[in-house]
Design a binder for this molecule. Structure first.
Ligand SMILES: Nc1nc2c(ncn2[C@@H]2O[C@H](COP(=O)(O)OP(=O)(O)OP(=O)(O)O)[C@@H](O)[C@H]2O)c(=O)[nH]1
Length: 431
């Protein structure tokens, strides 16, 4: 049976594949009886992939083509790697010696911005697979996480950071300290800083967040680019030029293009400080009156949600990567553990479906993580709520809310781990 025929069947119905053998020489698959092992790792004629069972057709397609080229309208494209569902395997993969190509290139990119700017959405689109949690509420991302995009000889390491915030907000909302520390630590190791701005946010688009400005000033020797996100929500596109003018102080890469009319040319933006220790009081004062940053190397306008122009940014990263050793094996997609990914995806659903502060007060504990004989994954997670009313909200009418969230988490995880996943969620009062 040809690969195409196999996938056609998989797309039209759920299919049971006890073993999938992927021949290297020709793209053929065979559906074999359980226990019928034909090819083994290391043999010349092919290699064995982990078993697939009742996984979605898209996930099956990705698994069949893992690390291989798939045909698309724009020509052959490489399907992204996936994450092993077992934490031991994930650790081994992270520690595996990188399969360095001859002319290896690398670029570490830190994506910073205010909460909800779309950092995780953009990272997922660049990677080609969703590995970071996304929601319409702020502070979905709680700690720095890494995504790896390997293409030909180039490795792009994407550092997704929590939205920049202040100590007073962390204290007021009882958020983790990592929200204050991680973005700053991440920038220290980056080759390029991407400042992402939500142009649909009337408050944020007129001036750069003060925390973002502080980050840029403190690391002024690291090149930075400005990326205007959510352009799909802006009807009058020429508005984007005004926003660019404000956020760049009318200067991009040392030039003042005519079309960037900056409202206040007399304003003297703070000069970059090569001393990377803490900014002085005077420098902070100067920054507080600054609306933009005049040292951006480039400006991009895109929509992460619709993938509009995300490819342009991806190409920019690939072109700007410098000669240097890869840090990870090409099969690595993220440094998050499978359990961390699960916790984040559950948080995403809680943030998406529960009102106001409720999701922020819930905690989670993984009670069961079991990989079955055929690779299927059973996960049980207990949620702890501080109020009886919150318990009722999580459960929903006739248990519909908790069932819906569990179903969506299972679906998302099956696309990340490329295996059948069944998540059970329960909730308990814990004052
Ligand atoms: N319309 C539109 N919505 C977007 C776009 N990019 C992201 N979003 C939405 O914006 C919301 C926030 O996106 P996230 O990716 O979670 O934002 P974040 O910056 O990682 O958020 P934090 O974790 O709070 O720092 C989600 O509801 C996304 O679907 C875009 O280009 N267009």
């Amino acid at each position: 049976m040809s690969l195409r025929a196999c996938v056609r069947i998989a797309r039209s119905s759920s299919v049971f594949c006890s073993r999938i053998i992927f021949a290297r020489t020709q793209l053929t698959t065979r559906l074999l009886q359980p226990g019928n092992v034909v090819c083994c790792p290391g043999r010349d004629d092919g290699y064995l992939l982990p078993p697939a069972r009742f996984i979605s057709s898209d996930a099956l397609w990705s698994r069949l083509m893992k690390g291989k080229f798939a045909e698309s309208e724009s020509g052959p494209t490489l399907l992204p790697a996936s994450v092993p569902p077992d934490s031991g395997q994930q650790i081994s993969l992270l520690m595996r010696h990188p399969n360095q190509p001859e002319n290896a290139k690398v670029l570490k990119v830190a994506i910073i911005g205010a909460p909800n700017a779309g950092k995780s959405t953009l990272s997922n689109q660049l990677l080609g697979r969703k590995v970071f949690a996304v929601s319409k509420k702020v502070h979905t991302t709680r700690t720095r996480a890494m995504g790896v995009l390997t293409e030909d000889e180039t490795q792009i390491i994407l550092l997704d950071t929590p939205g920049l915030t202040t100590p007073s907000k962390v204290k007021r909302h009882q958020l983790e300290k990592s929200l204050l520390i991680d973005p700053w630590n991440t920038i220290k190791e980056a080759d390029l800083v991407v400042v992402l701005v939500d142009v649909s946010d009337r408050w944020m688009r007129g001036r750069l967040d003060f925390e973002v400005l502080k980050c840029l000033a403190q690391h002024s020797d690291t090149p930075a680019i400005l990326v205007l996100n959510k352009v799909d929500l802006i009807k009058a596109k020429d508005r984007l030029l005004d926003i660019t003018a404000e956020l760049t102080c009318g200067t991009v890469n040392g030039h003042n293009p005519q079309f960037l009319h900056h409202s206040d040319k007399t304003e003297e933006p703070a000069a970059p400080d090569q001393d990377k220790s803490l900014l002085t009081k005077e420098q902070l004062q100067a920054l507080s009156s600054q609306r933009g940053w005049p040292h951006f190397k480039d400006v991009f306008m895109l929509s992460s949600l619709n993938k509009e122009d995300v490819e342009t940014l991806r190409s920019y990263f690939l072109v700007n990567a410098k000669s240097g050793d890869w840090q990870y094996h090409s099969e690595v997609l993220t440094d998050q553990s499978p359990q961390e990914i699960c916790t984040n995806v559950i948080r995403e659903k809680l943030l998406e479906y529960l009102p106001q502060e409720v999701p922020y007060s819930l905690t989670q504990r993984v009670e069961l993580w079991h990989e079955g004989e055929n690779g299927e994954l059973d996960i049980s997670v207990r949620l702890y709520a501080k109020k009886e009313t919150h318990v009722s909200m999580v459960i929903g009418t006739a248990g519909q809310m908790v069932a819906r969230m569990a179903r969506e988490v299972s679906e998302d995880l099956s696309h990340i781990f490329l295996t059948e996943v069944c998540v059970k969620l329960s909730v308990k009062l814990k004052k």
